[in-house]
Design a binder for this molecule. Structure first.
Ligand code: ATP
Length: 366
């Protein structure tokens, strides 16, 4: 298996007018599963294609362990790739599709190839489909065939490009678990690209978040969720999204107050909080996650702010409560908190759940 290292990896298109990947540094440990996530066009696929050898970097290098593979042809790299559209040959049977990958990448005899295909097909639960053509299969079965074909080659690096996008929600959840199980069973290093932050949160040992070709943060899902390094990551990771408010902070070094005139927000931070954080007066963007907002149905006046309930959406265990704080402000409350549209409620944030970002750069400050 291999450790994958990307060093100042860069890809420009159209004579440098498009910077798809902007000097990316990323290391994926031997046997690690890293999910690369970010909005459409942020450079995920281009990064993956450079690791596969399908796209030539403008500058920078790709190493597998200590070997520089930047100049090595895709066919010579010990990688297998699984795509969203399965990339199966329509005129070949499942057996032929799976065997073909082995023929191209190994020197196995025909008998050995067929034996391996049978083993893999059994493992993937598709043994009874071996004589079928891709057209006769469901989306989930096709993706199983594509996975089986990829893993049969015993790659050192497994690359996934949005492999589950064409499947329905239930099947997607099943396949996520299956992919992770396979990856751990084979101990193969994996890089998994998705634009779906929810998928990214549930898969992978670490997430690498990209925006506009630039790496924003790398870390375990919970770490990124709890300690986003900037406003972009804070807003991108988590569903429903973190709420943001433009605020002013006033501090004399021992006490501090956060205010927002338009929503009436006024929050005095404790002396311990001020002593433990490097707080300066000025404009900030305050971030608070929906589940960290407490709704007080009968306000006493001591809340962080008061607001009018716009809509209540029950989701079973909890309610989503849309508030008239700014255009898009949402609290996630336990189901027994049941305000009605039009109610005036109190809204409280605990200071330990606050995120404050520099109003200009978006960097997390305290
Ligand atoms: P998506 O989730 O939509 O697939 P992505 O994050 O995978 O997006 P890429 O496909 O890597 O993003 O594209 C990154 C940027 O590079 C985009 O602006 C895209 O338009 C551009 N790009 C990608 N391939 C080419 C190409 N062959 N020629 C010109 N521009 C390209």
């Amino acid at each position: 298996m291999a450790r994958v290292t990307l060093d100042t990896l860069r890809k420009e298109f159209d004579r440098g007018t498009i910077v798809a990947v902007d000097d990316l540094d990323l290391e994926i440990d031997d046997g690690e599963f890293v999910t690369v996530v970010g909005p459409s066009g942020c450079g995920k696929t281009t990064t993956l294609r450079m690791v596969a050898g399908l796209e030539e970097p403008t500058s920078g290098t790709v190493h597998f362990d200590d070997e520089d593979v930047t100049e090595i042809h895709a066919k010579e790299r010990p990688v297998a790739m699984v795509f969203q559209n399965y990339a199966l040959y329509p005129h070949k049977t499942v057996r032929e599709n799976m065997a073909f990958g082995l023929k191209m990448s190994t020197d196995m005899t025909k008998e050995e190839r067929h034996e391996r295909v049978r083993e893999m097909a059994e493992m993937m639960g598709i043994a009874d489909l071996l004589d079928d053509k891709p057209d006769e299969l469901s989306g989930g079965q096709k993706q199983r065939v594509a996975l089986g074909r990829a893993i049969a080659r015993e790659p050192e690096v497994f690359l996934f490009d949005e492999p589950l996008s064409n499947l329905d929600a239930k099947l997607r959840t099943e396949m996520r678990a299956e992919i992770q199980k396979l990856q751990k069973e084979f101990g193969v290093t994996a890089m998994y690209v998705t634009h779906d932050q929810e998928e990214a949160m549930t898969m992978g040992d670490r997430l690498a978040i990209l925006n506009d070709g630039k790496l924003q943060q790398v870390g375990a899902p919970t770490e990124v969720y709890q300690n986003p390094v900037n406003e972009f990551v804070a807003g991108f990771i988590g569903s429903p999204s973190m709420n943001f408010l433009d605020v002013d902070v006033e501090t004399d070094g021992t006490t501090a107050t956060i205010r927002d005139e338009s929503s009436g927000l006024a929050l005095s931070l404790s002396r311990e909080y001020v002593a433990g954080h490097d707080i300066e007066s000025g404009p900030y963007t305050l971030g608070i996650r929906p589940e960290n907002i407490e709704i007080i149905e009968e306000p006493t006046g001591g809340e962080t702010l008061t607001s009018t309930v716009e809509v209540v959406e029950p989701i079973g265990s909890d309610n989503y409560v849309h508030l008239d704080v700014n255009e898009d402000f949402l609290a996630r409350s336990p189901a027994d908190v049941q305000p009605e549209a039009g109610d005036e409620v109190g809204v409280t944030f605990a200071e330990e759940n606050l995120h404050l970002f520099d109003a200009e750069t978006g960097e997390d400050v305290f």
